[in-house]
Design a protein around this ligand. Structure first.
Ligand SMILES: Cc1cc2nc3c(=O)[nH]c(=O)nc-3n(C[C@H](O)[C@H](O)[C@H](O)COP(=O)(O)OP(=O)(O)OC[C@H]3O[C@@H](n4cnc5c(N)ncnc54)[C@H](O)[C@@H]3O)c2cc1C
Length: 262
């Protein structure tokens, strides 16, 4: 299983597929040597959640390959080539596979990436709080195409939309921005078929769970939330009904909760 350089849609999505596969193989007593290759040096960008995910990969016996970026695939020979970064040095290495799950690098659509609206990385260049373009004040942007340094999720779009609407209306009346986006994003990680670790966070790794429960514990209730509630909410969002918003900054102790059973 591979994960490309950030930013990508839903930072945990490559892991979701991996945990579901690992769980399925284990339930069917199929032995597997699973590796997870990623360019970064941790399982998740927010250390609070990364430590919990370390436990999940250990539970499945998955070997994380940090500093590994997939650069080529030879499907016929079943070999994958990686650029490996160790400190200041880089090298390339090949790995044989039976099955390869690839998540490709991602970008904004070309008509935005190649326009004057984009920053050097190809994302629409907006202020991370007001969502107003930093050079073209009549332009606003939200969602995956923008360069706000949040995790690119529909949950982020849900939090950004009211902020953008309020600030756009304000701009049309020549007033300053009235609302500020806090970087909220949510990544429901399917740690097994039946449980989800609901990672919710904002700018600078601030913890912003919707519920006052330790979010590092995979829960059956969150599986239901993801499988049954959120798909309906996404369709409602498209019609302008954003549903409830309970996220807020909360703090939790450093110690991992006992029994992090995926
Ligand atoms: C596997 C996976 C799992 C995910 N899981 C979650 C999750 O559990 N929770 C969560 O909150 N988020 C999740 N996400 C992320 C979420 O899907 C995105 O963040 C969200 O869809 C972003 O919405 P958007 O409208 O900004 O962009 P998009 O949904 O990408 O919409 C952009 C639209 O623009 C269209 N478009 C592109 N070019 C043109 C053009 N030239 N002309 C006209 N139209 C064009 C595209 O076809 C597309 O429909 C997941 C994503 C993936 C891939």
């Amino acid at each position: 299983f591979t994960q490309p350089q950030m930013p990508i849609k839903c930072a945990g999505a490559p892991q979701k597929a991996m945990y579901l596969a690992a769980d399925h193989l284990r339930r069917n007593a199929v032995p597997a040597d699973i590796r997870f290759a990623l360019p970064g040096q941790a399982m998740f960008g927010v250390p609070f959640y990364a430590r919990a995910l370390d436990e999940v990969v250990a539970h499945y016996g998955i070997a994380p390959m940090f500093g590994h970026e997939l650069i080529a695939v030879d499907g016929d020979a079943r070999r994958a080539r990686f650029r490996v970064t160790e400190g200041e040095s880089t090298r390339e290495t090949d790995l044989a596979f039976d099955m390869l799950h690839v998540v490709p690098p991602q970008s904004a659509p070309a008509f935005l990436r190649e326009s004057a609206l984009a920053d050097a990385g190809g994302w629409v260049d907006v202020d991370r709080q007001t969502l107003r373009h930093v050079r073209y004040p009549q332009v606003f942007a939200l969602g995956d195409c923008s360069n706000t340094p949040n995790s690119k999720t529909a949950a982020a779009v849900r939090a950004q939309a009211p902020v953008l609407a309020a600030n756009l209306l304000s701009a049309m009346e020549d007033r300053d921005a009235v609302e500020h986006y806090d970087g909220y994003a949510s990544c429901p990680l399917t740690t097994s078929k039946g449980r989800v670790l609901l990672a919710e966070f904002g700018y600078d790794g601030r913890l912003m769970p919707s519920f006052p429960l330790d979010p590092r514990r995979p829960r059956k209730a969150y599986w239901w939330l993801k499988r049954s509630y959120l798909p309906r909410l996404y369709w409602a969002m498209l019609r302008g009904n954003l549903g409830p918003d309970w996220h807020r900054e909360r703090s939790f102790g450093d110690a991992l909760p006992g029994s992090l059973r995926p």
